[in-house]
Structures are given as structure tokens and as C-alpha cells.
Design a protein around this ligand. Structure first.
Ligand SMILES: Nc1ncnc2c1ncn2[C@@H]1O[C@H](COP(=O)(O)OP(=O)(O)OP(=O)(O)O)[C@@H](O)[C@H]1O
Ligand SMILES: [Mg+2]
Length: 268
């Protein structure tokens, strides 16, 4: 049997800033994402979602425990793991086409292959016709599409997304979410998608993990048994509302704890 896409075993990460008490960002996390599955992670601000994704991406070391991708322990970034971050990471001096080609140039993909894959990724995210436009001429949603295309063009088998649409308005988020789902149906990558938004998590994923605040643990795992071919209209179904209530039920107390902490913490 082939190993899971992502396997997390008893993971713990502690940050020890020199001027503040240590923060247990992640503790006792043991979870698996089967290959080709789509998992969403929700949790209050500061609970460790980005830290978890960064460990899987090989950008942050595990304190103890381990993370494996396709059965191999992650110790540094890998070619077959792609990451899309929240902030706009497009390069303003490069056109859409050149932004998408950039990561492939770094990865030393040959010129003709670069152009072919870049065009395919641009078409996939719905930016055909904008190849020669510079980021300043694009909306925030389009720039996030460029970032997504750049990662997709690398053909990662595992796709990690850290609140990729958080800076966008609700309608754009919904539309981009629908596109991500469409792309996943074609590529069947293993996806781990971090979001604050319960509805977004339920529309997109096959399973939702709820994280607690300080220490960051997975406190609930909810299978999303909504139809495979769903679209955003699923939000008006009783089944969706039932799942939403279940996720919120797990998240509410943690969100309040995180909020209370933010009120108490001195401004830095
Ligand atoms: N490099 C670091 N040094 C010290 N503390 C850190 C560092 N990175 C993260 N932390 C702390 O670890 C905790 C988890 O941070 P993380 O960024 O993973 O949370 P998050 O769930 O992604 O939050 P958000 O929803 O706001 O993005 C936070 O309390 C944060 O302050
Ligand atoms: Mg984060």
C-alpha cells in the first residue's frame, strides 16, 4: 500500500523568543491526509495553522515528532510540495507569464516546457488573455490567481495553501474557491488548505480539522460528506448547515479564548 500524502506524527513545536515566555505553538498533532484528498484546517488566529503548514512545507523545523510526505521525513522544502501564501507574492516588474515562469526558472525547467506549463496553468486559473499584463494592472483576486498558477505550474503532488484568499472580498473568495475545487477535481493533488472561514472550509474540503488555541492541537476532525460535484449553492442545504454548526460548536470556545488573549496581550 502506498504511504499517505501527508503523515504527521506526535508533532510539537515550541517557539522560545528571547524576550518573552516560550509559546507551545503545536502539540500532540498526529493526523494523516491520504493521497489526493483535500483537507481544510480552521482555527482561531494564532493557534498555529501557519506553523503547521510551514513544518509540512519544510520551512519550519519540528521540535519533536515528525512529518512525512509520501513516506519520506520532511527536513527541507521539496520539489513535489507547492505552497501558496496569503500575501500577494507576485513580482511587480514581471508580466503574468514571467511571474508564472519564475519558479520554473529557479527549478531549471527547460524553456519550451516552461512556456507550455505556464500557459496551461494560466488557462487553468482563468487568466488567459492576461499573459503580458503586469501585476499593477490586475485586481487582488487576479494576483492571487497568478500566485496559484505559479505554484501549479511546478506540478506539485502536494499543495499547501495558507489562507490564500484572506485579503479578498467575500464574492471573489467564493469564486476563487470554486476554481480551486475545479482545479483539484482535474489534478487530484493532495491539498491542505488553511482558512478562517468555516463555509470556505466546508465548500472545498473532504475533511475539516479544527485546531485549539495555545497549545495548537487538532480537537475535532469532521468528514465533509457533501456531494463530490458540489458548488457554492451547497451552502443553502440542511446538510451544510448541520456541518457548519458542528464545526462552529468545536471552534467557538477556542475562538473566544484566542480573542480574550488578544485583548490581554500587550501591544507590540
Ligand atoms: N518565529 C516565531 N517566533 C516566536 N513565536 C512565533 C513565531 N512564529 C509563530 N509564533 C507564535 O506561534 C503561535 C502560532 O502562530 P501561527 O502564525 O502559526 O498562527 P496562525 O494560526 O497561523 O495565526 P493566523 O490565523 O493569525 O495566521 C502564535 O502565538 C505566534 O505568535
Ligand atoms: Mg497564519
Amino acid at each position: 500500500m502506498s504511504p499517505p500524502g501527508i503523515s504527521i506524527r506526535n508533532l510539537r513545536v515550541v517557539f522560545e523568543p528571547p524576550d518573552r515566555p516560550p509559546v507551545v505553538a503545536l502539540d500532540q498533532i498526529s493526523q494523516e491526509i491520504p493521497r489526493s484528498s483535500f483537507v481544510a484546517i480552521v482555527g482561531p488566529s494564532g493557534c498555529g495553522k501557519s506553523t503547521l503548514l510551514n513544518v509540512v512545507a519544510g520551512l519550519q523545523r519540528a521540535g519533536s515528532g515528525s512529518v512525512e510526505v509520501h513516506g519520506a521525513v520532511v527536513s527541507k522544502p521539496r520539489r513535489d510540495v507547492g505552497v501558496v501564501f496569503q500575501d500577494d507574492s507576485t513580482l511587480p516588474w514581471r508580466s503574468v507569464m514571467d511571474n508564472v515562469r519564475f519558479a520554473m526558472q529557479v527549478a531549471k525547467v527547460g524553456g519550451a516546457e516552461q512556456r507550455r506549463r505556464a500557459q496551461e496553468a494560466i488557462d487553468l486559473v482563468g487568466l488567459s488573455g492576461f499573459e503580458s499584463v503586469f501585476p499593477a494592472g490586475l485586481s487582488g483576486g487576479m494576483r492571487q490567481r497568478v500566485a496559484l498558477a505559479r505554484t501549479l505550474a511546478l506540478r506539485p503532488e502536494v499543495l499547501l495553501m495558507d489562507e490564500p484568499f484572506a485579503a479578498l472580498d467575500q464574492q471573489t473568495r467564493l469564486l476563487l474557491g470554486a476554481e480551486v475545487l475545479q482545479i483539484w477535481r482535474q489534478t487530484r493533488q493532495t491539498v491542505c488548505f488553511v482558512t478562517h472561514d468555516i463555509s470556505e472550509a466546508l465548500i472545498l474540503s473532504q475533511q475539516v480539522w479544527v485546531m485549539s488555541f495555545r497549545p495548537g492541537r487538532i480537537i475535532d476532525v469532521i468528514d465533509v460528506d457533501l456531494p463530490d460535484d458540489r458548488d457554492v449553492s451547497v451552502v443553502s442545504t440542511p446538510e451544510f448547515n448541520r456541518l457548519h454548526a458542528r464545526v462552529w460548536g468545536s471552534l467557538e470556545a477556542e475562538a473566544k479564548r484566542g480573542f480574550a488573549y488578544d485583548q490581554l496581550a500587550p501591544a507590540s
